[in-house]
Design a protein. Structure first.
Length: 236
């Protein structure tokens, strides 16, 4: 199977502060990758590079064999951490907007998922709760028939009782052989879906492990995460 993400000696700095240090990765298509680490470790910067929002870096980055650009953006569905929909929009407006913008957007699936997530079609986004807004944005991304889905904290505002249900719906609606990169702090809630756990700290790769049934070896991902970051910040 071909690689969906390839990175070689990636470095990124903001002024004199280096945020990513000598990143090298290669992920085959069809994986679900958990991008894990504390705030400020470089996760969002890495995501913005992969999605073509940042291009002033050194090293090589390829998405589906291409540098971030027109091709990679056409096959990548990106969910940013912050809300990107206008307050005046309603779900029906957002669906039309996505359909006009992306050729691979499935409007019929989006309308059906509104019902699944119990979201009213004509309620203005500005009057929705944070959890409702996150559900809407997530379903809009999932309803693209993309090769790569990049999700930055997709369930932060969703109540714990709904997370398992939403994850299950998402996984059942992803195209076959698509790949997913999920940045999250909610490790316990999502670790069971990961194929790989990538842990980064202070811009470096600390762990990059295969996962089976939510575990790295005989430990849960969350337990490994706690071990890694119990000492990682003590190193200069």
């Amino acid at each position: 199977m071909s690689s969906i993400i390839q990175i070689y000696k990636l470095n990124k700095s903001y002024g004199s502060k280096r945020v990513l240090r000598d990143f090298s990765l290669d992920y085959e298509s069809g994986q679900i990758i958990g991008l894990l680490g504390p705030n400020g470790c470089g996760k969002t910067t890495l995501i913005k590079i992969l999605t073509g929002l940042i291009n002033d870096y050194t090293g090589d980055v390829l998405i589906d064999g291409h540098r971030p650009g027109i091709h990679s953006k056409s096959i990548t569905a990106y969910l940013p951490e912050k809300t990107y929909l206008a307050d005046w929009m309603r779900p029906v407006d957002a669906i039309k907007y996505m359909a006009d913008f992306y050729e691979d957007f499935d409007s019929a699936k989006a309308v059906e998922m509104l019902k699944t997530f119990d979201l009213p079609e004509k309620q203005k986004i500005k009057s929705m709760s944070k959890g409702m807004q996150e559900k809407l944005q997530l379903l809009l991304v999932v309803c693209r028939n993309a090769k790569l889905y990049v999700l930055d904290e997709p369930l932060g505002g969703v109540d714990p009782a709904a997370r398992v249900f939403i994850l299950d719906v998402i996984m059942k609606n992803l195209p076959k052989d698509s790949s997913v990169l999920i940045s999250t702090h909610l490790i316990h809630d999502v670790e069971h879906i990961f194929d790989t756990a990538l842990m980064i700290g202070r811009g470096r790769i600390l762990r990059n492990d295969k996962v089976k049934d939510g575990k790295i070896g005989d430990q849960t991902i969350e337990d490994v995460f706690k071990e890694v970051f119990s000492y990682a910040w003590q190193v200069n």
